[in-house]
Design a protein around this ligand. Structure first.
Ligand SMILES: [Zn+2]
Length: 154
């Protein structure tokens, strides 16, 4: 394939935001729209995309190597880019959670498990980096299959 030239240009401005969300293909367009058009991040953020999204930051005892990698990436990005704000997103029908034992959470309800993990992640992140602002969101869909996003209260 010959070199492809895109209309996109290199972002020179410093990023202040790290976004962590799941890799599930069904939500990628919705995440992009939410981040850029609703949170107005203007395509200027660091992004960690992996199965289960920010859940990797909560698995210290159950999957310690997975958790270690999540924290390693988080610390690397925050330190090297001097980030100030984190956006953590979970989503409806996340298949990653189907493989997790129920004893990890206080509820068996899928959304409650994910929101519990978001709050755990925020508590752990702000304990280590109290200067960071951490926002929590939950994405789903409505009756017309439009993606919806709710902010998760602390
Ligand atoms: Zn998922």
């Amino acid at each position: 394939m010959p070199k492809v030239q895109l209309s996109s240009t290199l972002h020179d401005a410093d990023a202040e935001v790290l976004v962590i969300h799941c890799s599930d293909h069904r939500f990628q367009a919705g995440y992009y729209e939410f981040l850029n058009l609703k949170l107005n991040l203007d395509e200027n953020y660091d992004l960690l995309v992996l199965p289960g999204g920010p859940q990797c930051l909560t698995l210290v005892e159950y999957l310690p190597k997975f958790s270690w990698a999540g924290w390693k990436w988080f610390r690397y990005l925050v330190d090297s880019h001097e980030l100030k704000r984190l956006v953590l997103i979970q989503h409806q029908d996340c298949r990653w959670y189907e493989g997790l034992p129920f004893h990890l959470h206080s509820s068996q309800d899928p959304r409650r498990r994910q929101e519990e993990d978001l709050r755990r992640a925020r508590a752990a992140l702000t304990k280590e980096r109290p200067e960071l602002k951490v926002e929590l969101y939950y994405a789903g869909w409505d009756a017309n299959q439009h993606i919806t996003v709710d902010e998760v209260a602390g």
